[in-house]
Design a protein around this ligand. Structure first.
Ligand SMILES: [Zn+2]
Length: 211
């Protein structure tokens, strides 16, 4: 059994969505300064790093993070590799990928994964996202969870159609996956978001298990 951590490390200075608050993570008391213990303070947006989107993110009466079913967050998943030449995942691209009927959880590994190798923490606006046509197809196929390797499921500045479609169908979205070490194939997904009361998103520790 192999455990692959596909979560980003949360740290100060990491890329966050434009306009979002930067991560604050620092020690307020320090042993080397005479304190009994190291104690850190943490402040971050709910959509920081590897995180889930709850339906409530775009759907006014949608369900919240603390209502997400663990039965959806945990279970078999397919990782699909999208060729680096693809700049947007549309229905046509989707049709050309080898996506199995089961499981109903799909994680897209795209050229976005290369961003995590860059020597910069700048937010990348040219990331690969899923457009409305592909979102409709994912809903039609009965997917219950979709993941992608940058900070939004949709192309930059076109957030609403994709999120409305996926979240409107009660799909759980995982964004900000680090799939660099993962090959296409079938895994068991464990996605455990922080249990934030009434929230629209939450950072998550996400692992894939390869049997
Ligand atoms: Zn999000």
């Amino acid at each position: 059994m192999k455990i692959i951590d596909v979560s980003l490390t949360i740290r100060e200075g990491m890329a966050v969505w434009p306009g979002e608050n930067p991560v604050v993570l620092n020690r307020r008391t320090k042993i080397e300064e005479g304190a009994h213990a190291n104690v850190s303070f943490l402040s971050l947006g709910a959509h920081t790093g590897t995180h889930v989107d709850a339906p409530f993110h775009f759907i006014a009466d949608g369900s919240k993070v603390d209502e997400m079913p663990l039965e959806v967050l945990i279970g078999p998943a397919q990782v699909v590799e999208v060729p680096d030449s693809v700049k947007v995942i549309n229905a046509e691209v989707l049709g050309g990928l080898k996506i199995a009927d089961e499981p109903k959880r799909i994680l897209f590994k795209t050229s976005n994964s290369h961003y995590w190798d860059l020597d910069t923490d700048e937010f990348q606006i040219g990331f690969v996202g899923i457009d409305l046509s592909a979102s409709e197809e994912l809903v039609k196929r009965g997917m219950i969870l979709v993941g992608i390797d940058y900070l939004s499921a949709s192309p930059y500045k076109i957030s609403k159609p994709t999120h409305d479609e996926l979240l409107g169908a009660q799909m759980i979205i995982i964004e900000g996956l680090d799939l660099r070490k993962v090959q296409a194939g079938f895994y068991t997904l464990y996605c455990l978001p922080l249990k934030l009361h009434g929230a629209d998103g939450a950072p998550a520790r996400v692992i894939l298990i390869q049997e």
